[in-house]
Each structure stands twice: as structure tokens, then as C-alpha cells.
Design a binder for this molecule. Structure first.
Ligand code: FES
Length: 572
């Protein structure tokens, strides 16, 4: 089954002591000659008790192993760093590239013929694919799936769109403590990732459009037995991919990224995809400028009625037909001949998909919104671009001119945002500096600045907010993110002062600071960079090498691929 040039066969059949040791130490785990002849499939498992969203990956892994064995492969599981949104500080994004390096180097360093990547929570999916794309051996992504819907007093709850909404109402005094506690009790019912169309839902769904996951990966609930059957299927399929030598570089083409961006817009997906997709593309040598997201946004309707843009959640999406039904509707806009890990084209994968709930999955003739929900803004405030999820914004604020109220970092924000004496009105624009890739550090999800409590009590629920941070894909509001260049490296965002006028014009994709170039030049002379957040270790390397948001916040030295050679072997 395996040709003699496979990495595993070279490893197990080396001459002399090396081959003896490789075989003998593998036998120590109970394997015999029959196992050693088979294609060696690594199962890269991001299970961790520090990552609740990935808590079902042990069961998923067992299912993948069954599939690998059924197809004649030899499965060996290995762990990599797991990035949980809930536990990691200061932000999981700080460690995404570290996880990508871990994945790449474990694929590179071990004699694997193929790999199945088990991921789920937000950063685990892009990190694993970034690493695998650079190593470039046959690969399939399998995610753990979304949580079941939360239920509370007849209402469907979604993490974490409704976490934020109920917190806002609690702070505004419209619900009492008992109700707030009851929401906490009823929100998260099962294993899995957040069940609204947040970042994890977005990235795990986009794996289908990229062609790197089997149909169904995006929406099958984490605890549905069909998720285990999908994993078992992936185990069988990775052995076929090895036989056919289909690698990420065969699949992750410019067309595949177009398909992923189209699906991103059709889903009303997370702004974080506009960081992760350029990072993955950068590993593949695919040029993916921010302008491509905007071009495709203008010509891709929103087809799914999903929170935070709409009303349903991932569990409902699966029952409604899942991602294959959405892709089938989108086919006229897609590169339908793109190759996928099934060995078939994207169009062939979704040929039998059907819409079961037409209120949730719309058609091109009757979309939820006629254009995509994400825009790329430019202007003197963001010469290299900024992002807004206008589908989740207040329509009356999409063209707005207001006075800037500036906070120079998170400490300043925390200290003053709820000060009763803060001079702020609902028409002002809240600006947060020093929360980008370098300044954050790690570009934390703090772009959805809280509305000042005194305005909350007046009934204000949205304002224009601008920063170089990201925001959770589960968030909503009129929020401008990913401003580049960021303030901590001297982008114009660093020069904004309270009282300046800023104009947001989403229709014309413009974000403008009404301050003259001469005045900005004067301010720049006095500007001082903030103290670096790290002086040693991984953090110091991060600060030295991290790219800005339009390049996906990858490290400069990690862009591109360095495919492992078939005969590359560790020496004993
Ligand atoms: Fe893991 Fe939301 S916290 S996906």
C-alpha cells in the first residue's frame, strides 16, 4: 500500500541501528510488522482541560483512529498546544503563531505520511492549518463541532452574543441579579465551541469552503453522533489522500481562498477571518490583500440567518442543511472546480445538499441581505486598512461624524469609561489606542469597547468605536477594528486626541480623521512609542517579528512554505 519512498517506510526500514531502534521502540507500544508496513497517520490533537471548547476531541480522536485502521493506515496521536479563549491571558491570539510553529515542527520532525488536525476553539483551527500548510503533507481538518443551543425561559441563548447582551442589560439595571445568574446556568449545555456564528463557527465552516475538511465539518453539533462518523470518515479519507499524494498546496489555491471569503460573507462570519485567512494564505504563497475581502463582500449576499447578524445558531444551521446547503446556493459565485480533501471538487461535494429550513438558509434570489456584512475601510486614520462588520452595526451610525473620546490603552479605558464625570455623549466616537498586534500585545478582542454606564442608563446601546484591536466574532455594534498601521508602532491612530473629529462612511469605505497633515506631523514629533510589553522569551520574539493585521499577524519569518521532503528523516 505504501510506496517505498514514504517517510514512514524510510524511517522503519533504515539500515543498521537506526532502523532497528525505530522498529524496536515502536514495538514497545504494542505494534507489530503489520502496523509498520502501513502509512503512518499523525492525529494532531488539541485536546486540553484548559480549553473547554476542545473537550470532546479525545472521542473524536478515537473515531479518526478507527477510520485510519479501517483504511489500512497506522494512526498515532500526538498533542500540540491548545489555545482556549476562556482561560488564556492576555489573549489567545498572542499564542496562535506559537501553536502554528508547534504543529508545523511536529509534522516536520516526525516520520508522518499524513496528518489529521483536531481543532475547535477560535485560534486552534487557523494555527493548525498555518503549520500544516507550511509543512505540506496530506492533511485533513476535523473540528470538534459547536455547542448545543442554550435555553432560558423559552429563549434560545448563544455564547457569547447573549453573554454580552445580558451583561449589558444587567449593567443598565434592566434585569436583576437572579436573572443574570440564571442566564449563566443555562447558557452552555454541552461540549463544543461557541454556537453563534462567531470565530470558531466561522473558521470551522470555512474549512469546508477551502476544501480542507469533509462536508459537514462546520455545523454538526459537538455531541451529535454524526460528528464521530465524520471523524471516522476523515480517518479513512486521509489514507486515500496519502495514496493519491494530495497535499495542502494542491488545495489551498487562490480560488480556494476566494471560495472561503465568499462563504465568510454569506455566513455573516467573524471579522477574525480577515486576520486568519491572510495568515494561512501567506503560508501558501497566495496574495490575499484586504481589498479582495471588500470586492467579494460587495458581490456576495448574506444567505444565513445566524446570530449575531440574524436569529438562529449552529445547531439550527445543521438541521437546516448545514454548510453544504449554503455552498450549494453559492455555487454560481464560487470556483466550483476547486479540489478538496474528498478528492472531488467543491461542486461535487455539495451536489446532494438541500435546504431544509428556508428561513435560515436563503437563496441567492432571496438573501438575508444583498451584500456581505464585512467592509474594508481606508483613509488617513487607517492607511493600510481597517475592518467593520457593518451587518452587525447600527444602520444610523454607518455614516457618522463625531468627536473622538480617546483612551490610550486598556488601563486608561478601565479607569475612566464608567466615570460619571466623563464628558461623553452618544454621538461621540470612542477611540482605543495601543491594543494592536504589538501594542495589545497580541491584538486582543477588546475592540467592542463598553458603552459608558451613564449612557447605558439613558438607553444608549451602540456608539461608533475605533481601535487597532480585534473583537470576538460573537460581538455586535458599530465597531471599527484592525486599524493598520497600529498605534503602538506610530500609526496615525496614535495621534488622535480627544476632541478631534472623525468621520465614518461605510458606503464609501472611508475612515477619516479631520486633522490636517501639518498638525499630524507636529503631533508625530512629540509621539513616543509605548514601552515594550516583553523583554525576553517568546513575547520578545513575538514583538520583534509580528506582522500587522493585513498580513494576518503572522511572524515575518513564518510566511511561506518549506515542504517536508519525502525522504527527510531524523537521524538516530
Ligand atoms: Fe472557544 Fe468561544 S470560547 S469558541
Amino acid at each position: 500500500m505504501t510506496n517505498n519512498k514514504s517517510r514512514s517506510q524510510v524511517f522503519f526500514n533504515e539500515d543498521g541501528v537506526s532502523g532497528l531502534v525505530h522498529r524496536a521502540f515502536t514495538r514497545a507500544m504494542g505494534y507489530d510488522d503489520d502496523d509498520l508496513k502501513r502509512p503512518l497517520i499523525g492525529i494532531c490533537n488539541t485536546y486540553s482541560e484548559l480549553n473547554n471548547c476542545n473537550s470532546n476531541l479525545r472521542d473524536i480522536c478515537e473515531a479518526v483512529k478507527r477510520g485510519v485502521l479501517q483504511a489500512g493506515g497506522f494512526p498515532l496521536e500526538f498533542p500540540t498546544i491548545s489555545l482556549g479563549e476562556i482561560y488564556l491571558s492576555p489573549t489567545s491570539m498572542l499564542y496562535r503563531n506559537l501553536a502554528a510553529m508547534d504543529t508545523e515542527e511536529m509534522i516536520r520532525g516526525n516520520p508522518l505520511d499524513g496528518v489529521v488536525l483536531l481543532t475547535n476553539c477560535d485560534k486552534t483551527t487557523p494555527a493548525a492549518l498555518m503549520g500544516a500548510a507550511s509543512a505540506d503533507i496530506p492533511t485533513i481538518m476535523v473540528s470538534g463541532g459547536p455547542m448545543l443551543n442554550g435555553h432560558f425561559q423559552g429563549e434560545i441563548l448563544g455564547a457569547c452574543t447573549d453573554c454580552r447582551r445580558y451583561t449589558t442589560e444587567y449593567q443598565a439595571g434592566t434585569i436583576d441579579e437572579a436573572t443574570y445568574k440564571a442566564v449563566e446556568e443555562n447558557l452552555v449545555r454541552s461540549a463544543g465551541h461557541c454556537m453563534v456564528m462567531g470565530t470558531a463557527s466561522t473558521m470551522n465552516s470555512l474549512m469546508e469552503a477551502l476544501g480542507m475538511a469533509l462536508p459537514g465539518n462546520g455545523a454538526i453539533p459537538a455531541v451529535d453522533s454524526r460528528r464521530l462518523r465524520l471523524a471516522e470518515h476523515a480517518g479513512r479519507q486521509i489514507v486515500k489522500l496519502v495514496e493519491q499524494n494530495i497535499k495542502p498546496s494542491d488545495i489551498l489555491t487562490a480560488d480556494a481562498f476566494d471560495n472561503a471569503i465568499r462563504l465568510l460573507h454569506a455566513l455573516g462570519g467573524s471579522t477574525n477571518a480577515i486576520v486568519h485567512l491572510p495568515a494561512i494564505a501567506g503560508r501558501c504563497g497566495v496574495d490575499l490583500p484586504l481589498s479582495r475581502f471588500d470586492e467579494l463582500s460587495r458581490t456576495t449576499p448574506i444567505l444565513t440567518n445566524l446570530k449575531p447578524v440574524g436569529q438562529y445558531q449552529m445547531e439550527d444551521l445543521y438541521y437546516a442543511g448545514g454548510i453544504p446547503a449554503v455552498l450549494k446556493q453559492l455555487l454560481p459565485l464560487l470556483h466550483e472546480d476547486a479540489l478538496t480533501v474528498t478528492g472531488q471538487t467543491l461542486a461535487e461535494n455539495v451536489a446532494n445538499a438541500e435546504i431544509i429550513n428556508p428561513d435560515l438558509i436563503r437563496t441567492l434570489d432571496s438573501p438575508l441581505q444583498p451584500e456581505g456584512g464585512l467592509s474594508i475601510l481606508t483613509g488617513n486614520l487607517a492607511p493600510d486598512g481597517a475592518v467593520i462588520k457593518h451587518a452587525a452595526a447600527s444602520s444610523e451610525l454607518l455614516h457618522h461624524r463625531g468627536r473622538a473620546i480617546v483612551f490610550n490603552g486598556m488601563d486608561d479605558l478601565r479607569a475612566r469609561i464608567n466615570d460619571p464625570d466623563l464628558d461623553v455623549t452618544k454621538d461621540d466616537i470612542l477611540v482605543l489606542q495601543n491594543v494592536g498586534p504589538v501594542g495589545g500585545p497580541g491584538m486582543p478582542e477588546v475592540g467592542n469597547l463598553p458603552i459608558p454606564r451613564k449612557l447605558l442608563k439613558e438607553g444608549v446601546r451602540d456608539m461608533v468605536r475605533i481601535s487597532d484591536a480585534r473583537m470576538s466574532g460573537t460581538s455586535y455594534g458599530t465597531i471599527v477594528l484592525h486599524v493598520a498601521p497600529e498605534s503602538a508602532i506610530g500609526g496615525n491612530l496614535a495621534l488622535v486626541q480627544t476632541g478631534d473629529k472623525i468621520e465614518l462612511d461605510v458606503e464609501n469605505r472611508r475612515i477619516h480623521l479631520h486633522v490636517t497633515d501639518e498638525e499630524l506631523a507636529q503631533r508625530r514629533k512629540k509621539w513616543q512609542a509605548p514601552q515594550p510589553a516583553f523583554k525576553r522569551g517568546y513575547g520578545q520574539m513575538y514583538l520583534r517579528t509580528v506582522n500587522q493585521a493585513p498580513l494576518g499577524v503572522d511572524f515575518d519569518f513564518l510566511r511561506g512554505a518549506d515542504p517536508v521532503e519525502v525522504t527527510e528523516q531524523p537521524k538516530f
